[in-house]
Write a protein that binds this ligand. Structure first.
Ligand code: FES
Length: 204
């Protein structure tokens, strides 16, 4: 694969053709925040917190770093007024769903996001899809999925599968950026009585 030279935050970075801006930045030790990215999963582009500014052929655009492929002579800015403004707004929207999520609170401090800006809709889920995609793509179990549409969209354990597969796995729990997935599992168990209880082993 051919090598591509681009510029990220004023630094010359060498990347392989086919890499994304995020991968190139990470390989050069440049931090870009992510909430829906995982190196074992296909890029998804849901959260947009990885938005960066790119300049190519005289044009400036805002793009998702986890999706956008590197190009020769691309100029990337990972922090700019526009980038910070977008990240701030995205965080304020996500905080309306998960106001107490530590990861979101840390980012909110960094970008000056106000968690009270939008009316609270505490679903505790920011629809990053990490749990759903990890279960499908890595574990090949599909024990968790999206249900409903639009503003009612949320994740849900499929209790028949979860009862068999999740108890010994739970690899998706630490992936959740709002740390609410574990609670969703317990809730599913409580509502359906078909999952092993979270604490103290299997249900009698
Ligand atoms: Fe790029 Fe979520 S990390 S869109």
């Amino acid at each position: 694969m051919s090598e591509i030279t681009l510029q990220i935050d004023g630094k010359e970075v060498k990347a392989r053709d086919g890499m994304t801006i995020l991968e190139a930045a990470q390989s050069a030790g440049i931090f870009i925040p992510t909430l829906c990215h995982h190196e074992k999963l296909e890029p998804y582009g849901a959260c947009r917190i990885c938005t960066v500014e790119v300049e190519t052929r005289g044009r400036t655009n805002l793009v998702a770093a986890c999706l956008y492929p590197v190009e020769k002579n691309l100029v990337v800015r990972t922090r700019s007024k526009k980038v910070d403004k977008i990240r701030k707004m995205l965080l304020e929207l996500m905080l309306a769903h998960a106001p107490d999520a530590p990861k979101l609170q840390d980012l909110a401090r960094e970008y000056g996001a106000d968690k009270a800006r939008f009316e609270k809709e505490p679903s505790f889920c920011i629809l990053c899809g990490l749990c759903v995609r990890y279960c499908a793509e890595v574990k090949k179990k599909n024990a968790i999925g999206f249900i409903d549409r639009g503003t009612r969209r949320e994740i849900s354990f499929i209790s028949e599968i979860a009862a068999k597969e999740c108890w010994n796995c739970k690899e998706c729990f630490p992936l959740c950026p709002t740390e609410a997935l574990q609670a969703a599992y317990v809730l599913t168990g409580a509502l359906t009585s078909s999952l092993p209880s979270f604490e103290g082993g299997s249900k009698k």
